[in-house]
Structure formats: structure tokens, C-alpha cells
Design a protein around this ligand. Structure first.
Ligand code: ASP
Length: 441
């Protein structure tokens, strides 16, 4: 049995948290490969090491030096090493790191040093080998992960290493320079390592006990999701659920390795299991797995009699929007109607009226109507395909609350029902859907 464990910033934040991390790792011999983030916030008002490193880079670019911000990094790592009682010449490592930051003058290199230093300290603390991600993780010339190369490197590099600590968040670009993933990217590193070593499980240790059915700011006592499929998680992450980096499921998905979201501060909690869709469906779960949403969309509702018999109608509408370089979120359609949903923040400086005029010229619709300040709410669950009446249940819940539905879109996979409501109904709508499916549990 092989487990890859990724520990997030809060788990790395101070000696107290790190002692918990050590207990977790030593309580299970199969926890072999440990991927770490940079130390995060110790309390609400603290600053993450990665953010301080970005400030350090700004200081360097503006003044040619970075002593002001690097001294904050230095203090945190020196304190951490002394509190943990680790025998490591951290001062020399920090001197060398500062020198390299100044020489490299690279934003990504600077930001990556949080994970690098964190992994150096933890490897010493645990007595595991330090294996640098720079040796394994590669990006291609377009900045995308070079999957095959990376997978091969992870396999060969870790083949003979029984237990290791690996920094998350970065690798090398095609020219050999350090490059980071987007923020929160250590989750992706964990997934890459899990795939490379053919792990049985990828444990992602954080500071919450898994995904909640919906946002706790809206439903404070929301239940935790026990099991969710890769596909359901994709839908929910896209709509704003943010415990795990949205791209972290891709590497493990290929080899069907499950991910367990666990809480470092409550290790006894089962957390959320993210599993391949086939397994999830076979086991039969709740009808609804999660509810997530986003505010501020604009819907262009286009009507034209017999539009479905007009060859190229949808393409001509969409090509107008493409021409303005704008992404389309959803395109629900009926026989004589087509709605195009766009994120409102893309529609600055009069672009919206230009688009509407151009659509009028291009497809001569009977009617085109713009609805602004729309929220989209996704109700997600494979269970919908098994059971009839899910949509009816959602609609009657909203009707009972007096919420007007402005748009409906059900994906063909029967995994997801998306509804559009006024921004002012957003919270009420999520609350009502939650109550309908989870109210009595
Ligand atoms: N330290 C990086 C960040 O704050 C990456 C990570 O923690 O996953 O975004």
C-alpha cells in the first residue's frame, strides 16, 4: 500500500501544526511520499510565506535588493527550525536562497522558495530524503504540464526512495528555469506524485474535514460530503467550491487513484473521498452531492421563430461573441430560443451593446433581451440520472420561496442542473435547494 500525502499551508504554519503532521505520518507506514506547501497563516492577520515572497520579488525589482521582505522569511524559518529542534544549518540555506533570488530575478523562482525551504526543513524533521520537484516536474513551451516526461521522471526518481519529502507548487519550464503552477498548485504536485508512484490513495491534508454540500456562509450547518466523483467535483469546483485546486484531479484521474480530503487538526474525521465516477455510481449515493454557485452573469436571450431550421444560426451568434474575445459559460436552447450566458466582468466599456447590435445584424432575431445581475446555481449529483423528479423538486422548492427562475440548463450527462436567478435571490435559492434535499437529515 502506498499513500501520497500533501499537507497544505496551515498544516505547515508552525511547530505545533508540524508535530501533528509528524504524528499523522508516523501513524501509518504506507504514508511514504509527503508533498508540502509553504508555511501559511498562523492566525487570521498573519501573511502566507508565498505572499511575502511575492512582495520580496517586488522589492527586488524596485530596489535591486530584497532584505526587507526576505528578513521576514528568514525569521519564520529560523524560528521554525529552533522550535522543532531540528539540526539543520538553516542560516546557510537561507543565505544561499537569498543570493539565488537576487541572481535569478524571477517571480516564479522567488515564489517557489517557500515550498523549497519548507520541504528542506520537514525532510530533516521527519528523517526522510528531500527530493526536489525541479528534478521531476516539467512544463512544455506553452507553459502546460508535460505529462509524459514528468510521469516518467517521477517514476524513475522515486523508484528506489522509500520515503521522501517533496516541495509542491513548482517544476522547471522547457528551458530549465523554475516555473510555478497557479496559486494553490501544491495540490497538483501531490496528484502528479501519486500518479507517478502508482499510489493507492492520495491524501490531501488541509484545515477542513472535506467538502461541504454547500457554502457554510449560506448554510452554517451544511453537511460534509462523504463521497464525490471526479466529475461531480469538477462541476462544483468550476462553480466556486475551493478546497482543492481545480486541476488537481487530472493526473490521478488517469490512473483512477482516489483522493481523500483530510483535516490535519481532526485526523479522526473521515473527510471527503473523491473517487472515479464508475465506482461512485456503482455504490449509489445521495441524489444530490453538492450545490454551488456564482454571482454576476449576463444572459442574452435570443428568440427567432424556426431558428432550429436555419443552418449555422448558433454558430453565427457565437462567432460574434468570439470576435470580442469573450468566453461563453452556457448556451441553453429551446426550439425558437437560445440563451447565451456570459460572465458580466468580461463585458466592460460598452462591449455588451456592441455585441447585441452585431447579433441583430448577423442573425436578425425576432427579439433579443439582455438580463443582467444573474446568479448561476449548480445542483450536482450522479443520482439525478437514477431518480426522476429531481428538477421538479428543485423548482417547487424555489416556487415555495417565491424565487423567480430566469434560466434553466440541464447538462446532457444528467449530472447537473443549472438555474439562473436574480443576484438578490442567490443565498435564498441555495438555502432552499439544500433544505429540500438535506433538510431532514
Ligand atoms: N504556496 C502556494 C500558494 O500559496 C502553493 C500552495 O500552497 O499550494 O498558492
Amino acid at each position: 500500500m502506498i499513500k501520497v500525502c500533501k499537507f497544505g499551508g496551515t498544516s505547515m504554519a508552525n511547530a505545533e501544526a508540524l508535530k501533528k503532521v509528524k504524528n499523522i505520518i508516523f501513524s501509518d507506514e504506507s504514508r511514504k511520499y509527503i508533498v508540502v506547501s509553504a508555511p501559511g497563516k498562523r492566525d487570521k492577520n498573519d501573511i502566507k510565506i508565498t505572499d511575502t515572497l511575492y512582495s520580496c520579488y517586488e522589492e527586488l525589482i524596485q530596489t535591486g535588493k530584497c532584505d526587507k521582505y526576505f528578513s521576514l522569511i528568514r525569521d519564520r524559518f529560523v524560528d521554525l527550525v529552533s522550535e522543532l529542534g531540528v539540526k539543520l544549518d538553516i542560516e546557510s540555506i537561507l543565505d544561499q536562497t537569498e543570493k539565488e533570488i537576487i541572481e535569478n530575478k524571477s517571480k516564479d523562482f522567488t515564489a517557489s522558495r517557500g515550498e523549497y525551504l519548507s520541504a528542506r526543513v520537514i525532510s530533516e524533521y521527519l528523517g526522510f530524503e528531500f527530493v526536489d520537484s525541479a528534478e521531476m516536474v516539467r512544463f512544455d513551451s506553452e507553459g502546460k504540464l508535460n505529462d509524459d516526461y514528468t510521469d516518467d521522471k517521477v517514476k524513475t526518481r522515486l523508484k528506489k526512495v522509500d520515503r521522501a519529502v517533496i516541495p509542491g507548487f513548482y517544476g522547471k519550464d522547457f528551458e530549465g528555469k523554475i516555473k510555478t503552477f497557479s496559486r494553490g498548485g501544491s495540490d497538483i504536485t501531490g496528484s502528479i506524485i501519486a500518479r507517478g508512484v502508482k499510489a493507492d490513495l492520495y491524501e490531501n491534508w488541509t484545515d477542513v474535514s472535506g467538502f461541504l454540500v454547500c457554502d457554510p456562509r449560506i448554510v452554517p450547518d451544511s453537511q460534509t460530503i462523504k463521497q464525490i466523483s471526479y466529475q461531480e467535483l469538477r462541476e462544483l469546483s468550476y462553480m466556486g467550491a475551493s478546497v482543492l485546486h481545480a486541476e488537481a484531479i487530472f493526473p490521478v484521474k488517469k490512473d483512477k487513484i482516489p483522493i481523500n480530503i483530510k483535516n490535519t487538526f481532526k485526523p479522526e474525521d473521515a473527510g471527503t473521498m473523491i473517487v472515479p465516477s464508475e465506482q461512485y455510481i456503482a455504490e449509489g449515493n445521495n441524489v444530490i452531492t453538492g450545490i454551488a454557485g456564482k454571482k454576476n452573469f449576463t444572459v442574452l436571450s435570443i428568440e427567432k421563430s424556426m431558428m432550429n431550421s436555419e443552418v449555422g444560426f448558433i454558430r453565427r451568434v457565437l462567432s460574434v461573441i468570439e470576435h470580442y474575445g469573450i468566453c461563453v459559460e452556457h448556451v441553453p436552447s429551446g426550439i425558437d430560443t437560445l440563451s447565451v450566458v456570459l460572465a458580466s466582468n468580461q463585458l466592460k466599456d460598452g462591449v455588451l451593446s456592441d455585441i447585441v447590435n452585431e447579433i441583430r445584424e448577423n442573425v436578425s432575431p425576432d427579439y433579443i433581451h439582455v438580463i443582467e445581475n444573474i446568479s448561476l446555481i449548480a445542483t450536482v449529483g450522479h443520482g439525478m440520472a437514477r431518480r426522476s423528479g429531481t428538477a421538479a423538486k428543485i423548482f417547487s422548492a424555489l416556487a415555495n420561496e417565491g424565487i423567480n427562475i430566469k434560466m434553466i440548463d440541464q447538462g446532457s450527462s444528467e449530472l447537473n442542473i443549472i438555474i439562473g436567478v436574480a443576484n438578490s435571490d442567490y443565498e435564498k435559492c441555495i438555502g432552499a435547494i439544500y433544505k429540500t434535499f438535506y433538510g431532514n437529515k
